[in-house]
Write a protein that binds this ligand. Structure first.
Ligand code: FMN
Length: 472
């Protein structure tokens, strides 16, 4: 895709109070932690009004009942189950992509295939799946799992999981249910069904999905791992990555590395969108933004550790020791953290203030121009195809971004003014996956033309994409 054809993708990553660990205690926050549907729907509508591509809901399943004191200090991470929440949001929005985090460790492919297919139909082709396999002991115990799965093992399992889910999505032709023959008593033509027969290392599956193929073929597949295995997984199956980088050179290295891995899977570099996180505190003046941020920083609780590392045995004002035990999970990001500490000669306290707050994402605190300049530079210089906006404080931090930064990005022609696609995929200019089993038993002229137009849209012609409408 040439620079002119590229369009910066905007995602927003929501947490109840924001990503800053002290957000829930921030002056002015009066809401309780009770699940509040009105709040989430309101934020999704705001994101859609600002023409965002994606409303992303994370999920870190399960809590431990053994660490109540520590848990009681981390407010705001208790929230709705993503698929349920996004199904409701779907009914209140029309265009924005809805990405649910779904873990591959605690479910069977069949369940996830039908839940995501349902979300895709409910939303009129706007579902996405953030495929995670993160394996926390605390989560696992809630599922009766005692033996922790290793890093490579969980990625292998995730890969097979995704393959089986796709097989279920492909178990029907796109138009399998569109031609019921009432007189002949045939609801569907058996040739439009492609039963799954899978026996693999982790899963066995035999049967058919009980809902039509997703409108998008497959919901958009998102991946957020940073380790070498995670990047390979992204290159094989991902269509968008939520990466993390604290500087342009790190972002560019990740961008080139992941895109460079696609060819061996027969994929084009444009088949994946790289969307690093960006932690933004924006205000009319630099000073105002700094003051807002400082009031959050002043409330940081240093006893909460550092990205899963137990630092309680070390002095806060000393360096992070090289030989600190690293948990299996999140290895890639902890590596980033250690490199940052060395590069900038930071103490544990400084690392907590810097990394726990922005979670390893680039941080911009300042004017709208400062934020837009960084986004433009990373986009133009191929460190990013888009961004995952992670507001430290919600709802105000996102409202500020929408009010102050989005119009500037629009004026610079970097982001859309209006949605022009008919699905999440089309808005992102991603290919619609064809069903490899389809022999075209029902390809009426109209259906064939509509599918062919979508296939053409994947070639990057946005005008053709917008003309392909009418599936909702
Ligand atoms: C922006 C972002 C969002 C993530 N969201 C989730 C999530 O909602 N649930 C989850 O279990 N893991 C989540 N992760 C963790 C990743 O899926 C992955 O497990 C982690 O980055 C470690 O992967 P690695 O070992 O390949 O580096 C997220 C990571 C990033 C960078």
């Amino acid at each position: 895709m040439t620079q002119q054809q590229r369009r910066l993708a905007l995602n927003v990553f929501f947490m109840r109070f924001g990503h800053h660990p002290a957000a829930w205690r921030s002056p002015g926050v009066t809401a309780t932690g009770r699940p509040d549907l009105g709040y989430w729907v309101g934020m999704a509508k705001l994101a859609e009004a600002a023409k965002f591509d994606t409303f992303f809901v994370a999920d870190f399943i399960g809590r431990s009942g053994d660490k109540l004191k520590q848990l009681s200090r981390s407010g705001g991470s208790f929230q709705f189950e993503p698929l349920t929440l996004l199904s409701t949001i779907a009914a209140h929005t029309q265009h924005i992509g809805l990405v649910a985090t779904v873990n591959t460790n605690f479910s069977e492919p069949y369940n996830i295939a039908r839940q995501l297919a349902s979300l895709d139909h409910i939303s009129g082709g706007r579902a996405g799946w953030n495929v995670v396999s993160s394996y926390k002991e605390d989560t696992a115990k809630n599922f009766g799992i005692k033996e922790l799965r290793g890093h490579g093992d969980r990625y292998e399992r995730a890969e097979e999981f995704v393959a089986v889910v796709k097989a279920y999505w492909d178990s029907w032709d796109d138009d399998a249910y569109d031609h019921p023959d009432r007189e002949g008593n045939q609801f569907f033509d058996p040739r439009a069904a492609h039963p799954v027969k899978h026996t693999g290392e982790y899963f066995s599956a035999d049967g058919l999905l009980d809902i039509a193929r997703p409108l998008q073929g497959y919901p958009v597949l998102v991946q957020a791992g940073n380790s070498d295995t995670g990047r390979e997984f992204a290159a094989k199956v991902g269509e968008m990555t939520y990466s993390s980088a604290t500087s342009l050179d790190v972002a560019q290295a990740y961008y080139a590395d992941v895109k460079g891995r696609l060819a061996k899977y027969g994929r084009d570099p444009d088949d994946i969108k790289i969307a690093p996180g960006i932690s933004v505190v924006v205000a009319e003046t630099d000073q105002e933004a700094q003051d807002k941020f400082q009031s959050l920083q002043d409330a940081v609780d240093f006893s909460q550790g550092l990205m899963g590392l137990d630092v309680s045995a070390y002095p806060l004002d000393g360096p992070l020791p090289d030989d600190i035990p690293i948990p299996e999970n999140g290895r890639g990001r902890i590596q980033q953290l250690m490199e940052l500490g060395k590069r900038e000669n930071l103490t544990i306290r400084q690392l907590i203030l810097k990394f726990s707050v922005a979670k390893g994402h680039v941080q911009v605190i300042g004017t709208p121009k400062k934020v837009a300049d960084l986004m433009e530079q990373w986009f133009v210089e191929r460190g990013a195809d888009g961004f995952n906006v992670v507001p430290p404080l919600l709802p105000g931090g996102f409202e500020d971004f929408v009010r102050l930064v989005v119009p500037l990005l629009q004026r610079r022609g970097l982001v859309r003014q209006e949605y022009d696609g008919d699905s999440f995929r089309e808005n992102l200019r991603l290919k619609r996956p064809a069903n490899p089993h389809t022999v075209g038993v029902h390809r009426s002229a109209a259906t064939a033309a509509s599918i062919d137009r979508e296939d053409a849209a994947v070639a990057g012609d946005a005008n053709v994409a917008s003309a392909a409408g009418g599936r909702r």
